[in-house]
Design a protein around this ligand. Structure first.
Ligand SMILES: NC(=O)c1ccc[n+]([C@@H]2O[C@H](COP(=O)([O-])OP(=O)(O)OC[C@H]3O[C@@H](n4cnc5c(N)ncnc54)[C@H](OP(=O)(O)O)[C@@H]3O)[C@@H](O)[C@H]2O)c1
Length: 265
């Protein structure tokens, strides 16, 4: 299937590792040029080299950005990416995370820090990318939320509000940007095998007094599909949402969690 992605330009935040990295790789495999955003420029440069070697002909540019620094940092970063790539067709807001802990375990300043990166970072990135997206014939915004936005709880009380905020803004922007031909969707990963999964296994082992192996088995047993989600599972959907074929999908959020979330999504 021709996804009509060859030669398009994508900006991916959180591209240095985990899910963002997998999305960058999957888009590059479809011939998309990449703006790789992250704080860890060493990891982003390594990925850029890998992309150029694997997919000759694509552009891969590294854009250092700490989203905690706000609009003053986001604006020039987006402008630099648009200039280097020659425009922006696809914005993937993936950077973020949440402090793992119950309410009393989370330092007050951590709430502000994590909100600055994910919901606020997404808003700022979108605002700055908008003039470029409006010029694209196939404009896409893909927000990486999380199933905890729909099913709060677990070992990170912060994941709920952070990801719910991301879902809410996704829906609002889909309504607002539809007339400009821009689709806006969210992907809700379940627990995914990145650094965050390792942390979750360790906390579960500690709380339930299990070995690491037993804690892993315990967590996987909760997934109907019987395995942990991997970053490539999220990346496959991101590529589809970026495609021409997904042009009438907007304002929605899709779980990629192997069925772990209970209830109607
Ligand atoms: N893994 C899961 O189980 C899971 C589940 C649900 C939702 N999610 C969501 O999926 C997204 C990716 O998570 P992941 O598992 O791939 O996590 P990860 O491996 O920890 O990657 C997080 C990414 O966010 C970037 N980031 C963090 N703080 C930043 C800041 N201040 N400025 C700019 N970039 C920043 C990091 O880049 P640098 O370190 O280079 O800055 C990194 O690339 C997150 O939004 C997360 O909430 C993950």
């Amino acid at each position: 299937m021709d996804l009509n992605l060859k030669g398009r330009n994508a900006v991916v935040t959180g591209a240095s590792r985990g899910i963002g990295r997998a999305i960058a790789l999957a888009l590059a495999a479809e011939g998309v040029n990449l703006g790789l955003f992250g704080r860890d420029t060493g990891l982003c440069e390594k990925l850029a080299g890998e992309l150029r070697a694997k997919f000759p002909g694509i552009k891969a540019v590294v854009v250092p950005l700490d989203l905690e620094k706000g609009t003053v940092a986001v604006k020039p970063a987006v402008e630099a990416a648009a200039k280097a790539l020659g425009g922006i067709d696809i914005l993937v807001n993936c950077a973020g995370g949440a402090y793992r802990g119950r309410l009393n375990e989370i330092p007050d300043e951590s709430w502000e820090r994590y909100f600055a990166v994910k919901p606020l970072g997404l808003i700022r990135m979108t605002r700055e990318a908008l003039p470029y997206l409006k010029q694209s014939p196939q404009a896409r915004i893909i927000n990486i939320s999380g199933t905890r936005g729909r099913e709060p709880g677990g070992v990170s009380v912060m994941s709920g509000p952070i990801n719910l905020g991301t879902l809410s803004i996704t829906k609002a922007l889909a309504n607002e940007f539809g007339p400009h031909g821009i689709t806006v969707n969210a992907i809700c990963p379940g627990s995914t095998d990145t650094g965050r999964w390792t942390e979750l296994v360790e906390i579960t082992a500690r709380e339930k007094k299990l070995s690491i192996e037993a804690a892993t088995k315990h967590l996987v047993a909760d997934v109907p599909m019987g395995r942990v989600v991997v970053p490539e599972d999220i990346a496959n959907l991101a590529v589809y949402l970026a495609s021409k074929q997904a042009g009438m999908i907007t304002g929605t959020a899709i779980n990629v969690d192997g069925g772990r979330t209970r209830g109607i999504p």
